[in-house]
Each structure stands twice: as structure tokens, then as C-alpha cells.
Design a protein around this ligand. Sequence first.
Ligand code: ADP
Length: 377
Amino acid sequence: MNILVINCGSSSVKYQLFCMETDQSLVSGIVEKIGAPDSYISHKKADKTYKSKQVIDNYFSAIEKVSELLTDETWGAVKTKDDIHAIGHRVVHGGEEFKSSVLIDKKVLDRIKYYSALAPLHNPPAYNGISATRKIFPKIKQVAVFDTAFHQTMPEEAFMYGLPYKLYTKYCIRRYGFHGTSHRYVSAAAAKVLKKPLKKLKLITCHLGNGCSITAVKHGASVDTSMGFTPLEGLLMGTRCGDIDPALIGYIMEKEKLSVQEVGQMMNRKSGLLGISESSNDMRDLSEQAKKGDKQAKLAIDIFIYRVKKYIGAYIAAMNGADAIVLTGGIGENMSQIKQTLTKELSNLMGNKMKMLTIHTEEEHLIAMDTFELIKR
Ligand code: ADP
């Protein structure tokens, strides 16, 4: 069975085609800058890449282009569209309603649109992408895999804010958490490495990429996570500030004469590693600059690692212990300094029992597996 995984971002479509029998990725690619004059497609088959610049106005054209490439004689992996047996979509927000992946029908699609209110940047592209895919592949079953679903096991004490209760009942204001697919994937993979059932493990999974979040995974279920109502809460990230005193929002608006939208932009796009270093949001660049003596680059890295450490400490407390800390994402998997620093500075808390693992996350693979499971039923 061949399963296509589609991830629609605010101006991009990422895709990957899997063969489930051989557990292999056949082809993958990305359509970037949809709607802009310089949009392009980059498509990979084995170690060869096809690149083409062309105007791609919307998600429908993008997915049509993907469909052409998948069935292309040279660049494709299947003969006709009928050789694609199911499609799995990444969807960021499923509210409190979607606690696991689901087959998409008109009703599910409407609910994804409904949750755009909670994820205005993320759910609309998923809705548009799924709608287009359903038109282009009308006969194929499609599945939605939600970033928020894995965290729906969080207890109330972890997901409620200390705000008036009626804001929760009126507007669904609570902590949701994100990156659920990644946290779920690496916790299952960690159990395999540790050779213990996931149901018997307490894990702290750290997804450290451009966006960053940490999750406390107790016996296979998320019991707390660092992102909240939006992905802005928690750790310091590439361009997001993470936790701040909420009183600062009004204060900064007044001092800098900014609107609500502008201060939101600042906290999402101009803060974090970029804001502190005043040079880059990319950890590789900052590591290079810090080595050359750049103080702000070093400070950005120090704050980043310090927050990770603080959250790990909090989650050890939340679960009254942990068997392992799992590092994943571009930074978690590749930056040796973070593993070294955490191992050294958490040595008392970790003792000699707690392990530190690095695991490559494969969210697309998990989306394909969920889709496969639902189609089989
Ligand atoms: P995304 O969240 O967009 O999927 P990634 O998981 O690819 O992003 O993570 C991107 C981050 O990983 C960037 O900050 C990048 O600099 C960092 N990164 C990748 N390789 C290294 C490395 N060898 N050392 C430090 N940081 C790295």
C-alpha cells in the first residue's frame, strides 16, 4: 500500500510518498512560496533532486503539480493516481474534539475549519489543502493527524490557566500543546531503544527545532507540555520568545506605541534566538558566532539551554522521576553542546539511572502509519 503524506503550511506544501510494505519513503518534496511570484517546487527521488520555478497560485495548483510529479515517468514513483491508496494530512489544531487521528469526511473538514479560530495561521492552509486534495484524488480515503491530539491526555491541572474559569467555557482558552506527532513518535522509539514497554516508562521528550517544545510522557500519555494555547508559550525558540510575564504585553505596547498585532508579531517573529542575538534565528550560525566571541550569540544559546534545563527539572517533578530524556529536532539531534551541558548540569537530578537519548523524529512516517491503521479498519 502506498500512502501519501501532505503537510500544508502557510505558504508551502510538503509531501512524501511511503510504501508501507517495505516501510520505505519513495519520493518527497516541497512546494514553496505558494501565491508569490517566485514560487518553486523541489522534488526528491533517491539522491536526485528536481527543481522547477513556476507560478503556483494556490493549494489546488500546488497539489495538482505534486500529483503530476508522483506519476511522472522519470521523477515519479507510481504509474497512475490509482496507485496511491490513501492520504494522510498533518493538521495543527483539533481542539478538545480530536484526541486521535480520524478519517476525513465533510463533517471533519468543517470542524478543521472551525478550529481556525484557535490556529488562524495553521488550520486555514490545512483546510484549503485537504479540500484541494479531495478534489484531485476524489476516490482516495484521507486521514487527519492532529498536532494537538497527543496532548489531550493532559490533566486539568496542567492544561488550565489561572484565568477566570468562564474564559475556558466561553472561548476554549486553555493549554493545548503542539508537536504532538513528534513527541509521540520519539517516545515510542525511545521505548524500543530502552527495551521496555512504553506503558512502564516516564519520558521527557524535547523537540528542539525552529519551534521548540518539551513534553512529560507518563506511561505513553502526555501529562504536560511546554507550548500552550498557541505555540508561543514555553521554551525560547528560533524567533519566538516563549514564557514571559503577561504584563509585558501592555507595557511594551504603551512604550513602543505598538498595536496588539504588532506586539504579537514581535513575540512570534522577532524574538527568541533572533531577538537576543540580533543576528540569526539559526542555531548553527549562532554556534559559529559564539565561538568567534560574539557575546549576544553566546547569551542566546545560554538562555536557550537554561530554559530547556528548567523545563526538564519541572517535568521530573511533575512525574516524580523520569527514566529518560529524549532529544530530537534539528537542534536536539545535532547540537552536541546541548547534550553535553544537560548531562553535566543535570547530573545530580539524573543520577546514574536516567538516560539521555538522541532520536531522529519522523513525523511524516507516523502520519503514514496512522493513516495505514485507519484505512485497514
Ligand atoms: P523545523 O522545526 O523547521 O523542522 P529543524 O528541526 O530542522 O527545524 O531545526 C532547525 C534548527 O536546527 C536550526 O536552528 C538549525 O540551526 C539547527 N541545527 C541543525 N543542525 C545543527 C547543528 N549541527 N548544530 C546546531 N544546530 C543545528
